[in-house]
Ligand binder design. Structure first.
Ligand code: UD1
Length: 433
């Protein structure tokens, strides 16, 4: 575990390049096993979650090598159809190997992923949908924690999702691509990362209609082929750095942004006073006044405001000139950061598991806080940029799950920020690079 130390108070100025998308990379890495050959993924972020997915590929007997931000995956041979409990515990997204391995080998054993710090996160939609595609399921091992799925032939079916779950939509697509017949997904997730997965699979020879919509139709094909694919840029990393400017003030340029995927976040930040201009894949964002409050900010499935930006906006609104309300509609326990921000002088009341009232304060004070999850950690980092004095954010390994190097990026925007050891006393007096 390491910590991040931020010395707040200076406005941001400069430019940074946005990394490839985590949530696009993870399902596409799982999807590579559907092809018996070599896949080249460009603009792939070098983050912990991607490293974990690569570890799973290796467990299965595949190889993966980096050339800069290009990942070359060889899935010609698969020697195992088991995804270990250890892998699933490290990262829930390993559950995407369920559909991908079934498609490739008609069999998979995978540990049941538990909940995590942001919610219960069941996988009932994944399992029900896949079962209806002529797949048998058995629960075995200690506490029935291993799911064993097998089939003689995946058969397309009509799948109605009760909620447009991103992971369930992706798992059904992965299962259906090499199946027999047509699978139709009703109420599919429309997140850009589902579109990225469909674009990747189509380029590799899959037949998919309705990409990016709530009704997706997959017609099974016999095989996929080798392909080279460029992943989209990360919309949440883009949004995090936009929020950093909103909170610290300043004038910055973000390059390589996913222009079409950031509208809901841009709209909110414009309403609270940021100036945003986009030309091609370059954004100029400036904020030079205290943020305005936002009456009611609700997280929703895409194209609504993303839950993965909720914590960062909570930081921004904690400094607004008035009161705002956030309603979290996707996950049950995603307000843990309120406690940490309150330690820094914010005035946030969590009224129930999905409603928080944020009364803006004039300033935050530096302090010692803890990152509970990936986005909450990033939100504390940007709180540190605005706070008076020094902030140390502990347990930031979770931030490395999704950000290649948040310190490097924010330093290129002029921030005083560095990783340091988890020895807090040492960290607090650590010289800044
Ligand atoms: C993905 C994203 C995550 C993002 C989330 C919501 C990746 C790797 N992760 O997570 O960053 O925050 O979408 O946009 O892309 N649900 C069920 N049963 C299921 C599946 C989901 O009840 O079988 C519920 C979940 O508990 C949650 C909601 O549906 O309340 C949305 O979850 P889902 O869209 O599946 O999120 P993930 O795919 O896990």
């Amino acid at each position: 575990m390491s910590s991040i130390k931020v010395i707040g108070g200076s406005k941001l100025k400069g430019e940074t390049i946005i990394q490839g998308s985590k949530n696009a990379a993870l399902p596409i890495i799982a999807a590579t096993v559907l092809n018996q050959g070599v896949t080249i993924l460009r603009n792939c972020p070098r983050i912990l979650d991607v490293f974990h997915m690569i570890d799973v590929l290796k467990e299965l007997g595949c190889t993966a090598n980096w050339e800069g931000n290009t990942l070359i995956v060889d899935t010609t041979y698969i020697s195992s159809t088991k995804v270990s409990e250890n892998s699933v515990q490290k990262m829930r997204s390993s559950i995407l190997f369920l559909g991908a391995l079934l498609g490739r080998t008609q069999e998979v054993s995978i540990a049941y992923p538990g909940g995590c710090s942001i919610g219960k996160r069941p996988i009932d939609y994944h399992l029900e949908s896949i079962k209806s595609m002529n797949v048998s399921q058995e629960f075995c091992g200690e506490n029935n924690s291993i799911i064993h799925c097998y089939t003689d032939k995946i058969k397309g079916n009509d799948i109605f999702l009760r909620f447009p779950s991103v992971g369930a939509t992706q798992n059904v697509i992965l299962t259906a691509v090499l199946g027999e017949g047509i699978t139709r997904i009703f109420n599919a997730a429309r997140e850009p990362e589902v579109l990225d997965l469909c674009n990747f699979l189509s380029l590799a020879g899959a037949r998919i209609r309705g990409k990016g919509t709530a009704f997706i139709e997959i017609e099974g094909v016999k095989a996929l082929h080798d392909v080279e694919y460029k992943l989209s840029s990360d919309r949440i990393v883009t949004g995090t750095y936009m929020a950093a400017v909103a909170v610290a003030g300043g004038d910055v340029v973000l390059r390589n942004i996913p222009v079409n995927h950031i509208e809901s976040v841009s709209n909110v930040l414009k309403r609270i006073g940021c100036k945003i201009r986009v030309t091609d894949d370059v954004m100029k964002i400036s904020c030079n006044k205290r943020p305005l409050p936002y009456d009611i900010l609700k997280t929703q499935p895409y194209p609504g405001f993303p839950t993965d930006m909720q914590s960062q906006l909570m930081t921004v609104l904690s400094l607004a000139d008035g009161a705002s309300t956030i309603i979290e509609e996707i996950f049950e326990s995603r307000f843990q950061n309120a406690k940490e921000l309150n330690k820094m002088g914010a005035n946030i009341t969590v009224e129930n598991e999905n409603k928080a009232v944020i009364r803006g304060v004039n300033s935050l004070q530096g302090g010692l806080v803890r990152a509970y999850d990936l986005r909450a950690g990033a939100a504390l980092v940007i709180a540190g940029l605005a706070a008076l004095g020094t902030t140390v954010i502990r347990d930031v390994t979770c931030v490395e799950r999704g950000y290649e190097d948040i310190c490097r990026d924010l330093r290129s925007l002029g921030a005083s920020i560095n990783y340091c050891s988890d020895n807090i006393l040492a960290c607090a007096s650590y010289p800044m690079a």
